[in-house]
Unconditional design. Structure first.
Length: 504
């Protein structure tokens, strides 16, 4: 089948040799059928999945050959395209908690009461497919067409050989940091494209990451993974959870999901590769987190920044995670400061910005509407507010010529600095401290706290505020121009806020 082994951009991929068991959709056991010469001719007996279309069934110009996988949201088939004489993968919308296979292969809602939810999910499956069809990236599964038949819908994808990441790992043993970066950085690039389209995968796990046989590149599969078919509670809720890789916000219907959701799962995969252990389930980490940090488990074998980025993205609190692929990748590569809160023994917590002007993946993402639409495992998230960069601030450097104004005596300057450090907190009152780190060195930025300008950093390095919630803005002259932080401070807490601007 050399003609089917081309290095196209996408998959589903079946393993060579015997079938492989693995978990899908939080507990469903699925066997991938072996890909061998017998599949050139349809088997005489139907597939083992009695709900699936039988081998030999003709669906438009495609002939079903085998079942590749089945989950709570649908079934994926290996099929042959009669026109192009090549193999393809076809995903059928068939949510097993809402629909049944009726006479003549027609798919129907289980009950009349479930008709509306089934139809809503079908419409969203089609909408998802349209979005996926627009992605053209080597590390993201490619969708070529879709159509409706049997009162349901079908998504046609490229097919090529490979193996699940865990099977690849079993044959290669441990991997080093350079290998992981070589494999995962292109996948991050593809995921960033998905997020820019307002889509969240929501089921990233080792079983959904395949390694191509040809070039060893990764490809992210199963954008149609089981998920709620509505924005409210659904019987299929549990089918979207993959313990260890699903973040806490996926365990309840009000969890705000966005790029940070996928980054948690992807960091979970990296944690597994680094430590050899699957991450603990997110709910068990909420009250008492006993999971060893990657910085401890991988110390001495992987770089500090690489491990810190993994721990950062695996933070249980979604507000404390990287908000975009760009942020995560920058820390992973050591290009941005490592979040100090992850540094063992750190005396203060480093915050992360919720939104950066011009940064599509940094919220800006509407929390209340982040999951208003859910399409077969994908989430669509909306951007709130404007991403227009803030106009450059005025120059703040000292003038080159002497000022005609009298210079303040040294003591007055010192008192001024003390006042800035004291902030607006009365003497003797409980206080928290904000620390400012402006990058690159020599760059200056104007700092606003709760709508009031408090100074320029540097020279402003720290500022005292009352405990509680505060909104901080750091405005610079160069892209991305502005960082926003929302913080909730405890008495005596120190929190570091960084802002990195273009080094032109």
């Amino acid at each position: 089948m050399a003609s089917d082994n081309s290095q196209d951009d996408t998959v589903p991929i079946a393993p060579q040799g015997g079938g492989v068991d693995f978990d899908l959709d939080g507990g469903t056991r699925t066997v991938l059928q072996p890909l061998n010469s017998a599949l050139r001719d349809p088997p005489a007996t139907p597939t083992a999945n009695h709900v699936a279309l039988p081998s030999g069934y003709v669906l438009h110009e495609y002939t079903i050959e085998a079942v590749l996988g089945a989950g709570g949201f649908g079934i994926t088939y290996l099929a042959r395209d009669a026109n192009l004489q090549c193999q393809v993968a076809i995903k059928e919308y068939l949510p097993n908690d809402l629909a049944i296979r009726a006479t003549g292969q027609t798919v129907l809602p289980r009950t009349e009461a479930e008709h509306h939810e089934y139809r809503l999910g079908l419409d969203r499956f089609l909408a998802e497919t349209r979005v996926l069809a627009g992605f053209r990236h080597h590390n993201i599964v490619r969708v070529n067409r879709f159509f409706e038949a049997n009162q349901t819908a079908y998504m046609v994808m490229d097919y090529e050989r490979g193996k699940p990441l865990r099977d690849w790992l079993a044959s290669h043993g441990t991997v080093d940091e350079a290998t992981l970066k070589r494999m995962f950085l292109p996948l991050l690039d593809g995921l960033e494209i998905v997020h820019r389209a307002g889509v969240v995968h929501r089921d990233i796990k080792p079983a959904n990451i395949y390694v191509r046989d040809g070039d060893g590149s990764l490809v992210l599969l199963d954008f149609g993974a089981a998920r709620q078919t509505t924005g409210v509670a659904s019987k299929s809720l549990t089918s979207i959870i993959t313990p260890g890789y699903a973040p806490f916000e996926q365990y309840h219907t009000r969890g705000a999901q966005g790029p940070w959701t996928d980054l948690y799962a992807l960091a979970g995969v990296l944690y597994w590769l680094v430590t050899g252990q699957k991450p603990l389930e997110a709910p068990s980490r909420v009250k008492d987190d006993t999971m060893p940090p990657a910085m401890v488990a991988g110390a001495g074998r992987f770089g500090h920044a690489f491990l810190a980025a993994i721990d950062w993205a695996l933070t249980v609190d979604d507000d404390a995670r990287p908000r975009s692929v760009t942020e995560f990748r920058s820390v992973l590569m050591g290009e941005m400061p490592v979040p100090t809160s992850l540094d063992l023994g750190a005396a203060f917590v480093e915050a992360t910005p919720r939104y950066k002007a011009g940064g599509l993946g940094l919220p800006g993402i509407a929390v209340a509407g982040a999951i208003a639409v859910s399409i077969g495992g994908l989430a669509y998230f909306a951007l709130s507010g404007s991403s227009t960069p803030v106009p450059p601030i005025a120059e703040v450097a000292e003038p080159a010529v002497p000022s005609s104004k009298p210079q303040a005596p040294p003591r007055a300057v010192a008192q001024s600095r003390e006042k800035a450090a004291a902030g607006g907190v009365a003497a003797g009152s409980p206080a928290a401290i904000l620390l400012f780190d402006i990058i690159p060195p020599g760059e200056q930025a104007e700092v606003t706290i709760d709508g009031r300008k408090v100074g320029t950093a540097p020279p402003l390095r720290e500022y005292k505020v009352a405990p509680g919630k505060h909104k901080i803005e750091i405005h610079g002259r160069k892209p991305p121009n502005v960082y926003y932080y929302w913080v909730n401070l405890e008495p005596n807490e120190k929190k570091k806020l960084w802002a990195k601007f273009a080094n032109e």
